[in-house]
Design a protein around this ligand. Structure first.
Ligand SMILES: Cc1ncc(COP(=O)(O)O)c(C=O)c1O
Length: 474
C-alpha cells in the first residue's frame, strides 16, 4: 500500500471527513457528555494488535465512528462546565488540517518562513492586548499554560544566575525562593520541581477573603527569607486562579517585585485573556508590568488543543535562556527572521500559530470579545441564581466565570455524589472545588456554546437533587 492517497481515496477521505465534521456539529447537544465506558471493553476495542495490513480510508473513518467518537468526552457540549476547557472555535479543525498538510517545522526560518511571521504576529497581537512594548517583548507559543510557566521560570533563573547554563544549580549559592499564592495552579510547583529549585523553596502565600494573594504577607515572607540568608528571586502572581477565578493585586505585587528585584511572572492561563471583555478589562491593567506572562489561547480563544503562550517583556532574556548555535542547522542572523528554536526548549515544533491566527482572522477580535462577555454574563447569572436559592451558597465571588457553590450541611461525599449524579444522568459535567478548606462544586463557563437556558437547567436540577437528598436524609 502506498502512503500517498490516490485521487479516489482522497475524494473519499474528503467526503468522509466533511461528513464526520457535520455530524459532529449537528449531534453535539444530543451526545452524552461523558461516554459510558467499560474500561476493559474499551481497551480491547482499541488495542486489537499491531496492524500489519491497513484497513484503508473507509476503515479508518469507520474506526472513528465506531471506536473513537463514542468513547470520547463531549467537551463541546453546552453543559460541559468542568475545568477550564472550551470547545474549539469553528475554524480550528480546518486550520489544524492545513497545518498538518504544510507540516512546517517552526524551529528556524528556512523551514517555516510564513509560520515564523504568523507566530510573531500572533504574539504581537496578544502582547498588545496588555500594552506590552511590542518592539521589545518576545515570546513563543507552547503546549499550554503549564509549559509557558515552566519556560518563564527557566528564563527567570537564567536572569538571576548568569552562570546557570554552564553550572546549573550545582554552583551553589543561597537557595533561590519562588513565591506564589496558596490558590496558584500546581504548574508552579511542577516548574519549580523540574528546574531543581525544590518544592521546599516554593512559598505559598495566604490569600485574602477573595482568594487573592496577600501582598503584606508576601513582603513578610521575602523579608524572612532574606534574613535567613536565602535568595528570593521570583514571584508568580495569578490573573484568574483555577478554582475561583480570583485576580491577584498585580500592581501592588509589581511594586514589591520591583523594589525587591524579583522576576514577576503572571499566570494568566485561565483568566488574562478576559482582558478582551469590557466587564473585566480593568482587572488586567498592570499585567504589562510583569517580566513574563502565560496565556492559553486553547482556553479563551477556543483554539483546539494545544495552544499556550509565553510573553516575555524583554525578548533578549528569553533568547539568552534558550539560544544555542549548531553547525548542522542553516540559520542566518537577521532581526526579521525569528528562529523559534532560540526562544524555547523544542527543536521540532508544529505550526500552532496558524489556528490562533486563523481564528482571529476568520472571526475578528470582536467576536471573541462578545463570546467572552457573554460567558461572563452567564457566570454572573449563575451566581445570582445560586444566591437566590436557599439550598445553595456561593463560596467565593464570581470574578470571572468560575462559580463555586456549596450545599450548606452537605458532606464532601455528598457534594461528590451530586457531581456524579449530574454527570451520570447527562445533565451537566461540573467539577469539584475546595475553597477555604470547604468542599463544593464548581461550574466554569469556559464554553461559548453555553446558553442561559443551560445554566437555568443546571440550577434547577441541582435544586431538585438536593431536595431528593434531603428527603432521604430526613
Ligand atoms: C491558572 C491556571 N494556570 C495554569 C493552568 C494549566 O494550563 P494548561 O492546562 O494549558 O497547561 C491552568 C489550567 O486550567 C490554570 O487555570
Amino acid at each position: 500500500m502506498s502512503l500517498i492517497l490516490d485521487d479516489g481515496e482522497r475524494r473519499l477521505a474528503n467526503e468522509l471527513l466533511g461528513r464526520f465534521l457535520d455530524d459532529h456539529e449537528r449531534g453535539l447537544a444530543e451526545r452524552p457528555i461523558l461516554p459510558e465506558v467499560d474500561r476493559g471493553a474499551l481497551q480491547a476495542l482499541l488495542d486489537d494488535g499491531f496492524p500489519a495490513e491497513g484497513v484503508g480510508v473507509e476503515g479508518f473513518f469507520r474506526d472513528l465512528d465506531e471506536r473513537i467518537l463514542p468513547n470520547s468526552t463531549a467537551v463541546s457540549h453546552p453543559r460541559f462546565l468542568a475545568y477550564v476547557l472550551g470547545p474549539p472555535n469553528g475554524i480550528g479543525a480546518y486550520a489544524e488540517a492545513v497545518a498538518a498538510t504544510l507540516n512546517q517545522n517552526c524551529n528556524f526560518w528556512q523551514l517555516s518562513p510564513a509560520a515564523s511571521v504568523v507566530e510573531r504576529t500572533v504574539l504581537t497581537w496578544l502582547a498588545g492586548l496588555f500594552g506590552f512594548d511590542t518592539e521589545r517583548c518576545g515570546g513563543i507559543l507552547t503546549g499550554g499554560g503549564s509549559i509557558a510557566t515552566l519556560n518563564a521560570l527557566t528564563v527567570a533563573l537564567h536572569d538571576r544566575r548568569p552562570d546557570f547554563r554552564a553550572a546549573g544549580l550545582q554552583a551553589g549559592g543561597a537557595p533561590l525562593i519562588v513565591y506564589t499564592s496558596a490558590e496558584a495552579h500546581r504548574c508552579v510547583d511542577k516548574a519549580a520541581a523540574i528546574l531543581g529549585l525544590g518544592l521546599d523553596n516554593v512559598r505559598r502565600i495566604p490569600t485574602d477573603e477573595h482568594q487573592r494573594m496577600r501582598t503584606d504577607l508576601l513582603a513578610e515572607a521575602i523579608r524572612a527569607d532574606r534574613e535567613a540568608g536565602r535568595d528570593p528571586f521570583c514571584v508568580v502572581a495569578t490573573s484568574g486562579t483555577v478554582t475561583t477565578g480570583a485576580v491577584d493585586p498585580i500592581a501592588e505585587i509589581a511594586d514589591l517585585a520591583e523594589a525587591e528585584k524579583l522576576w514577576l511572572h503572571v499566570d494568566g492561563a485561565y483568566g488574562a485573556l478576559f482582558v478582551l471583555a469590557e466587564q473585566t478589562a480593568h482587572l488586567f491593567g498592570a499585567v504589562s508590568r510583569a517580566d513574563s506572562v502565560a496565556l492559553d489561547p486553547h482556553k479563551l480563544l477556543f483554539a483546539p488543543l494545544e495552544a499556550g503562550c509565553l510573553i516575555v517583556r524583554d525578548a533578549e532574556k528569553l533568547r539568552r535562556a534558550y539560544a544555542y548555535s549548531s553547525s548542522y542547522l542553516t540559520v542566518q542572523e537577521d532581526p526579521l527572521m525569528r528562529d523559534y528554536m532560540d526562544y524555547g526548549p523544542q527543536l521540532s515544533r508544529n505550526f500552532k500559530a496558524l489556528k490562533v491566527w486563523a481564528a482571529l482572522r476568520t472571526f475578528g477580535t470582536d467576536a471573541f470579545r462578545s463570546a467572552l462577555s457573554g460567558m461572563l454574563d452567564l457566570a454572573a447569572h449563575l451566581a445570582r441564581r445560586v444566591d437566590d436559592e436557599p439550598s445553595l451558597r456561593l463560596m467565593a465571588p464570581a470574578t470571572l466565570t468560575a462559580v463555586c457553590v456549596e450545599v450548606p450541611g452537605l458532606s464532601p461525599d455528598g457534594h461528590a455524589a451530586l457531581l456524579a449524579r449530574l454527570a451520570a444522568e447527562g445533565t451537566a459535567l461540573l467539577g469539584p472545588a475546595v475553597v477555604d478548606g470547604r468542599d463544593g462544586i464548581r461550574a466554569c463557563v469556559a464554553n461559548h456554546r453555553t446558553t442561559r437556558a443551560d445554566i437555568d437547567a443546571v440550577v434547577e436540577r441541582l435544586v431538585s437533587l438536593i431536595a431528593e437528598l434531603t428527603s432521604v436524609r430526613v
